[in-house]
Design a protein around this ligand. Structure first.
Ligand SMILES: Cc1cc2nc3c(=O)[nH]c(=O)nc-3n(C[C@H](O)[C@H](O)[C@H](O)COP(=O)(O)O)c2cc1C
Length: 355
């Protein structure tokens, strides 16, 4: 297991370029999880306790998922499953294949436990993605696909761009996350405006065969805009929201990463929780929220859940802490439930709102 263990158990950092380290870690995970022994070793080393919950008509073995962008091309799905995630979000994928922005485009600051990225939706395109998914073993856990708009597609043609991806991939996933909140595609976030968003949601719902449809929102919006997105998405029958994507702001911790792009990791945690709480209060806890942004410990995850998130996701913590963070968070949540005498995750969701 040598190299695999150190790449997965320890942070994926060392002295390597961020993107190279990332690609190598995914490759190692894919190779390890291709064999029965490799999968068994992953489970022995990493698999957390089961804290089962039900949402969107699916069973989740635990509430912690892999956030979008980590496995853009769905290369290591069986690996993520064996590391112990409760669900996976692959992508983002766009209708057209894209190279993304020039490199370097992923930066990290260990001191701030933060990343900045301006990847710009590098992905193989939805046609290739659908073919790949059709010929790859599907993990035995809920699988979401993050979908974005191709850079060359105009804002007017965006509904078709999103819905084409949904149509091509719907047989291979359990649901879609409509990403209108990435800061790295010019003008994408304009699609968060009610009318534009409504057209995209309608188009995706018409082409998704009743699969889960969620909207992922930005932390950089005003409260009133967030409420407006919630109204639009809810009224059109979306199943919930993913809050939040990365931020273009630089919360005023000293010297937090000045590179252009979306900031993730610890400095995002507070704002992401605020957005979750705002939506939970606004919807009276009746509309599912997947909470993401700066979760690195069980305490961070608990904060998101008690403020209204039914499920949670991580990206940056995987970079700084490695695969062992999954067990740390899930087993820590299990302890939290016991401490508070709560029978399951559902009963903890929004706990802080009811106190
Ligand atoms: C390198 C990188 C690529 C990302 N790509 C996507 C993406 O394609 N689609 C998306 O919705 N979010 C993407 N994200 C955002 C994450 O899914 C997540 O919302 C964000 O990083 C906050 O979570 P974290 O603080 O745990 O990292 C990306 C994040 C990073 C760091």
């Amino acid at each position: 297991m040598g190299i695999g263990y150190s790449l997965l158990a320890r942070p994926m950092l060392a002295l390597m370029d961020s993107e190279k380290a990332h690609n190598r870690a995914i490759l190692v995970l894919r190779i390890i999880s291709a064999t029965v022994i490799g999968r068994m070793m992953l489970r022995i080393l990493y698999k957390p306790r089961v804290i089962q919950s039900n949402l969107f008509g699916h069973t989740f073995q635990n509430p912690l998922g892999l956030a979008a962008g980590m496995d853009k091309c769905a290369e290591a799905m069986i690996g993520w499953e064996n590391l112990g995630f409760g669900f996976i979000e692959i992508g983002g994928v766009t209708m057209e294949a894209q190279n993304g922005n020039p490199k370097p485009r992923m930066f990290r600051s260990k001191r701030h436990q933060a990343l900045v990225n301006r990847m710009g939706f590098n992905n193989p395109g939805s046609d290739k993605m659908a073919k790949h998914l059709s010929s790859t073993s599907r993990p035995n856990l809920p699988l979401l696909l993050n979908i974005g708009k191709s850079k060359n597609t105009s804002l007017e043609d965006a509904p078709h761009d999103y819905s084409k991806t949904a149509e091509l991939c719907r047989d291979y996933v359990d649901g879609f996350v409509i990403n209108v909140s990435s800061p790295n595609t010019p003008n994408l976030r304009k699609l968060q405006k009610d009318e534009e968003l409504a057209k995209i949601i309608t188009a995706v719902k018409n082409h998704s065969s009743g699969k889960i449809v969620l909207v992922k929102i930005s932390p950089d919006l005003e409260d009133i805009q967030i409420k407006s997105i919630v109204d639009t998405a809810r009224s059109l029958g979306c199943d919930g929201v993913v809050a939040t994507n990365t931020t273009v702001s630089r919360p005023d911790e000293q010297g937090v990463m000045t590179e252009t792009g979306g900031l993730s990791g610890r400095p995002l945690a507070k704002r992401s929780t605020e957005v979750i709480r705002l939506i939970a209060d606004y919807t009276n806890g009746e509309w599912p929220i997947i909470g993401v942004g700066g979760i690195s410990t069980a305490e961070d995850a608990w904060e998101k859940i008690v403020n209204g998130a039914s499920l949670i996701q991580i990206y940056s913590a995987m970079v700084f802490k490695g695969g062992s963070v999954i067990k740390e968070i899930v087993n820590g949540l299990d302890r939290k439930l016991r401490e508070h005498n709560l029978p399951n995750i559902q009963s903890a969701v929004g706990f802080a709102r009811r106190e």
